[in-house]
Design a protein. Structure first.
Length: 225
């Protein structure tokens, strides 16, 4: 059901958007059935609006373009009956939350695909930046417990506060795209955040220094105190 929603959006937005949706779809098996129902319920609650947008030239490479326009990711059978982990197991539940909140994708990003759990650089920060002409370049931070390059020197309460108020652990405001997500992450319950922090604490420290953001003057205003 959730994939059907992605497919309709892809048809409306074009193959460039479809490729991004395909990457998200690859992670969908980690979501439980209630997640899909909640997404559909939310989409149905959004008031109808006409907002025509100009088409842009597709910039995806040959093989993904063939997969999307000729073979079609719709050939994959939808996943169903995926059970959510018990909330009594904080680490397992935190791992689940890290997946559905896209932490594992962004903070493990590489040129080809995110590092998977078990890889030494899993959640150790992105190797490629998120780029936007208006904002500049931003690398997702290292979330492993490494003291020098990760979040190992911070207390659980500090990490929870960062996800609540959108400030980095060094006191600076978070840059996009994380700052865009904070209004959503800040709505997580204390139980959710405790589970997420518990999961992050089980990761092996990875020494991986992530470059500082290269922000445009416009974006620098967004992170100013």
């Amino acid at each position: 059901m959730l994939f059907a929603v992605f497919s309709l959006i892809a048809l409306a937005a074009g193959t460039r958007a479809a490729f991004a949706l395909y990457r998200l779809w690859r992670a969908v098996p980690r979501r439980n059935a209630d997640f899909g129902k909640a997404v559909v319920a939310y989409l149905r609650s959004v008031p109808p609006a006409k907002a025509p947008r100009p088409r842009v030239e597709n910039q995806i490479k040959l093989i993904p373009k063939i997969l999307l326009t000729k073979i079609g990711v719709q050939m994959h059978a939808p996943v169903g009956n995926v059970a959510a982990p018990s909330r009594t197991d904080a680490v397992a539940y935190g791992r689940y939350l890290a997946s559905i909140a896209a932490c594992t994708g962004c903070h493990s990003l590489t040129e080809r695909a995110p590092h998977r759990e078990g890889d030494p650089l899993f959640l150790a920060g992105s190797e490629v930046p998120f780029s936007d002409p208006r904002l500049g370049k931003v690398y997702a931070r290292n979330l492993t417990p490494d003291v020098e390059t990760g979040i190992g020197k911070y207390k659980p309460a500090d990490i929870k506060a960062a996800l609540r108020d959108g400030k980095r652990l060094d006191g600076k405001r978070m840059a996009p795209p994380m700052s865009v997500m904070i209004p959503h992450y800040s709505g997580m319950t204390d139980e959710d955040l405790d589970a997420l922090v518990a999961f992050l604490g089980t990761l092996k420290p990875a020494k991986h220094a992530v470059p500082e953001p290269e922000l445009t003057p416009e974006a620098q205003k967004l992170v100013a105190p």
